[in-house]
Ligand binder design. Sequence first.
Ligand code: GLN
Length: 181
Amino acid sequence: MATLGVLALQGGFEAHQRAAESLGHRTRRVRTPEDLQDLDGLILPGGESTVMLKLATLGGLDAPLDAFVRSGRPVLATCAGLILAARTVLGPAQRSFGWLDVTVRRNGWGRQLDSFEGTADDTTVPLVFIRAPRIEAVGDVEVLLRLNGEPVMVRQGRVFGATFHPELTSDLRIHRQVFGT
Ligand code: GLN
């Protein structure tokens, strides 16, 4: 059992807490640098990446978050979380932490596909997309899941990034893959 932090500045942190707790982990909402102390892993949820970036800076979290993720503990970044984690962000361009060597385009699936569901290629993993970013280029990452050939989940070391929302289904495989049990 691990104690996992869930960045709780804004967005969908509660559903991630429920998913992690269903696997037997403890969770803690992270809003200040002190909240990161002694955590075994971290979840960066979906939401609005621009707002999260502003709140992280206001809360003095930029450097502590960066140090935590680079410390090698497991991290799951979903949707807006992936946008924070990416090396390059387009549509429009914005600052990001560069923990995952990918280029993402915000809201990259277009208006008609604001929100949709699918199943990852060659698997039964359900994919829920909500104004999701699209991974447009991959560098030094391993692609773990694809949809119609496009990468939708990647990993670099112990940092995992998904364009979809694994916390919004009852399928716990993604959380288990990152954090165990
Ligand atoms: N479109 C959002 C953003 O750019 C991400 C959407 C989500 O996290 N569901 O931040």
